[in-house]
Ligand binder design. Sequence first.
Ligand SMILES: Cc1cc2nc3c(=O)[nH]c(=O)nc-3n(C[C@H](O)[C@H](O)[C@H](O)COP(=O)(O)OP(=O)(O)OC[C@H]3O[C@@H](n4cnc5c(N)ncnc54)[C@H](O)[C@@H]3O)c2cc1C
Length: 227
Amino acid sequence: MQEYTIQLRQKIQLTHNMISLVFEKPADFEFTAGQFVQFLVPDGEKVVPRAYSICSTPSDNELHFCVKLLENGKASTLFAAMTDGDSAIIRGPRGNFVSTASSPLYFVATGAGIAPIMSILQDELIHKKTDTELYLLFGVHDESDLFWQQRLDDLTNTYNNFSFNTTVSQPQSQEWRGLNGRVTDHLDNHSNGHQFFICGNPDMVKDVRNILLESGVEKTQIHFEIF
Ligand SMILES: Cc1cc2nc3c(=O)[nH]c(=O)nc-3n(C[C@H](O)[C@H](O)[C@H](O)COP(=O)(O)OP(=O)(O)OC[C@H]3O[C@@H](n4cnc5c(N)ncnc54)[C@H](O)[C@@H]3O)c2cc1C
């Protein structure tokens, strides 16, 4: 698998523990929306690979990532210390969490799990100009974990085949106007014609998948990526 050295153009703080990294895209790097790369992270004498999904689209001339910074994580420590102009080495692209169907798409994401979904969603809307119905259910723990709400609002205002809901499992104030609870509490508006794309932590993916299977959705209609 080919390796590329990429240079950081911009680092954006999204929340208290989530950052967005914008790298220049090598001219010969090609990928399909929803795929990930491995960052090769120096660790003493060796390097360790860490998987991160690309959240920009194949047509963009930058590679965007959305990274949850984990305490003492090796890649997290590297990313936290990086400044504009620094280089990183990636290997890839990899992964089969990609959309090939022309049927309505139903996305379920929690936290950084929105990364590959943002790539697929924008690719479908902006570049493929799909007119099929796209719906996103996005879950976070509390209001301090919210990000990209304005960006998603802008997409709904521009594309009337896209809609989304954000659900907060532990809201901290009365001011939160979105949905309350876990994503598993809000899966009632799907039809069996949807293709499902689920991404996030292992328990969430398992729970959502089980609910969908129990409601009669076929295994082949459920695509998932576990972080
Ligand atoms: C296909 C795929 C795509 C992904 N895409 C993304 C993405 O877009 N964005 C994103 O944020 N994440 C993504 N992930 C998840 C990400 O790869 C992992 O969270 C990764 O482990 C983070 O790397 P790290 O080096 O920062 O942390 P690691 O070094 O892997 O450590 C993870 C956590 O475990 C703890 N830990 C490590 N070793 C020990 C130990 N010996 N004892 C106790 N605790 C320990 C660390 O302190 C840290 O909190 C993806 C995962 C996969 C599989």
